[in-house]
Design a protein around this ligand. Structure first.
Ligand code: GYE
Length: 307
């Protein structure tokens, strides 16, 4: 009857969602992979994606969210560059009845109802895992330099916290220098150069703990240019598990990486779909990653670059 005909005609219209995605930028290989995942899953599912690159600036993300609200999108995906300062704009989205889904980083807001859910890994746990690996590797005896991620980002704050939790348990382990390299390769290289200079050409440094792989790749270059062997003279552990770090591991230049899932397109759009279908979602949808060492680097590199 007429109802069946109508629902057949209307079904595809009802499904054609428009989603706004406010991305941080393209500071790392990991983030570029995340962007690709979200774009390609949107395309596969016939979702219209409005993409905005904030070039690392929160003010640009706030502008993007306001423009998504003005365009009356069905949902917003936000990868928040920093943790604080979101209350106002998220309240505006809430008032416009547009649900917000956080990906990869978290926010600190007074009212947790300002967003639906966060799809991200546990950065504190990643930091602890890195610390535990290093404690084992050095028998609890190591002077560490730390390359921090973007100042004020949940990823940098929590990776620092989790790592310190473990290091503090070992009286002969300490963080002798810690500075932000902004999650970029050039940032990691510059900061590492200054660490090497101030630490006797690197002779007093036992290990580098880098909040992401890209900064570690920059640090590897700086260590080599200083005439030392990365992974041997100075141990290196980082987080992300991008193909390039596995390549460096195959070449004997780094020791360990903790994988961070970048394929967030599927879980993000699943969450949006479930929410719009009236399902109740957990406040945090956790993604999980393992620690990888040189023994599996070749296999990991090949599986991540195979098309
Ligand atoms: O580790 C880093 C990136 O927010 C978890 O941001 C993410 C981090 C990731 O640029 O490479």
């Amino acid at each position: 009857g007429i109802i069946t005909v109508l629902s057949l005609v209307l079904a595809p219209i009802a499904q054609a969602l428009t989603v706004g995605f406010s991305q941080i930028g393209s500071e790392s290989g990991w983030r570029t992979a995340e962007t690709q995942s979200i774009k390609s899953v949107a395309q596969q599912r016939g979702i219209t994606l409005k993409f905005s690159d904030a070039q690392q600036k929160q003010e640009n993300q706030i502008k993007a969210i306001r423009s998504f609200i003005a365009q009356r999108v069905d949902a917003i995906i936000l990868a928040p560059v920093v943790e604080t300062g979101w209350d106002q704009v998220l309240r505006e989205a809430k008032r416009a009845h547009i649900p917000v889904f956080l990906v990869d980083r978290g926010v600190k807001v007074r009212d947790s109802n300002l967003y639906v859910t966060k799809i991200a890994s546990d950065f504190v746990e990643e930091g602890r895992l890195a610390g535990a690996w290093l404690a084992g590797k050095t028998s609890g005896h190591c002077k560490i330099v730390e390359l921090q991620g973007t100042v004020g980002s949940s990823a940098a704050i929590d990776r620092k916290k989790g790592f310190a939790n473990i290091i503090d348990l070992f009286p002969r382990m300490s963080i002798i220098r810690s500075q932000s390299g902004d999650f970029t390769r050039s940032g990691g290289k510059n900061v590492m150069e200054s660490f090497l200079k101030s630490e006797n050409g690197g002779k007093t440094i036992c290990a580098v703990y880098s909040h992401n792989d890209d900064m570690a790749l920059g640090a590897i270059q700086a260590i080599q240019e200083a005439g030392l062997k990365p992974s041997k003279d100075i141990l290196i552990i980082s987080i992300d598990g991008v193909p390039d770090i596995f390549k460096a591991m195959m070449d004997g230049q780094t020791n360990a990486t903790i994988e961070l899932k970048s394929a967030l397109g599927e879980p993000a759009f699943d969450a949006i779909k479930d929410y719009l279908a009236g399902k109740k979602l957990p406040k945090w949808i956790k993604t999980q990653g393992d620690l990888y060492l040189p023994d599996t680097a070749k296999a990991q590199y090949e599986s991540r670059t195979a098309m």
